[in-house]
Design a protein around this ligand. Structure first.
Ligand code: NAP
Length: 253
């Protein structure tokens, strides 16, 4: 086994939503594997910057609301300023809105679709154009969910967005694999982050969820490390259009 297959030295990775949670875990993992990181957040990613720089890697802090796809061309230009190349894109920024489907409003629909799905598509499109111009392929990693496979309850726009992310991952892989661009996704299970704080605070729901996870625990941002480095590296060069569940076995039940 050649472990340098997982080496990302000299590469640049964009990670959206990396100031906390799973995005932070993935940004740090990519830096551990050797990549410099461009973070796109709304709020300050100070902890992530410090962790990446402590590993001897560079961190470029870009701020944007990913719902605004008009910002994408300038974000790509600014990201290129770091070292003139972008090799990896992780579409991680995501939000969730909870309400009974019968009462669900247009705003909660549009906001979730815009951040979780529309921005992932248009940022991937910009990345693919750049990869084609750079002529060395590239890696696009989307963040899906258990609700790419299941329906969920009271989160219709989230389920639609994450089911869309899994479909989009396959659609883009079909068009871009021939250009050496790998488009894949990671579907996290139940992970302990801000996104699930309310769920974990509800004792009954927390106990029911934990009992259903075969590994017997919620996931953590560091559980994303191996999968994201695999999908970002040469080790996955023949993997296209696949959504990898990182779920403690949840989908196996
Ligand atoms: P989180 O802790 O709430 O973090 C969400 C991240 O997205 C933050 O960095 C946030 O940055 C960023 N973000 C949100 N809206 C944005 C916007 N409009 N523009 C730019 N950045 C934005 O959530 P998480 O659990 O780490 O989730 C990360 C991803 O994993 C999401 O796509 C989520 O759907 C997915 N996921 C999570 C779980 C789970 O159990 N936690 C399970 C399956 C999938 P700002 O604070 O700067 O807005």
């Amino acid at each position: 086994m050649k472990f340098d297959l997982f080496q990302l030295k000299g590469q640049v990775a964009i990670v959206t939503g990396c100031n906390t949670g799973l995005g932070q875990g993935m940004a740090i993992a990519l830096a551990e594997a050797g990549a410099d990181v461009v973070g796109i957040n709304q709020s300050a990613p100070e902890d992530t910057r410090q962790a990446v720089e402590a590993l001897g890697r560079r961190f470029l802090d870009l701020r944007a609301d990913m719902a605004d796809i008009g910002r994408i061309p300038s974000l790509i230009t600014q990201a290129l300023a770091l070292s003139g190349r972008i090799d990896i894109l992780v579409n991680n920024a995501g939000i969730i809105r909870r309400e009974d489907a019968i009462d669900f409003g247009e705003r909660d629909w549009d906001e979730v679709i815009d951040v979780n799905l529309k921005s992932a598509f248009f940022l991937s499109q910009a990345m693919a154009k750049l990869c084609m111009a750079q002529g060395r392929g590239g890696k696009i990693i989307n963040v899906a969910s258990m609700l790419s496979f299941q329906g969920g309850i009271r989160v219709p726009s989230y389920t639609a967005s994450k089911s869309g992310v899994m479909g989009l991952t396959k659609a883009l892989a079909n068009e871009w694999a021939a250009h050496g661009i790998n488009v894949n996704a990671i579907a996290p299970g139940y992970m302990a982050t801000n996104n699930t704080a309310a769920l974990r605070a509800d004792e009954a729901r927390n106990a029911a969820i934990t009992a259903r996870i075969p590994s017997g625990r919620w996931g953590t941002p560091s559980d994303m490390a191996g999968p994201v480095v695999f999908l970002a590296s040469q080790a996955s060069d023949y993997v296209h259009g696949y959504t990898l569940a990182v779920d403690g076995g949840w989908l196996a039940r």
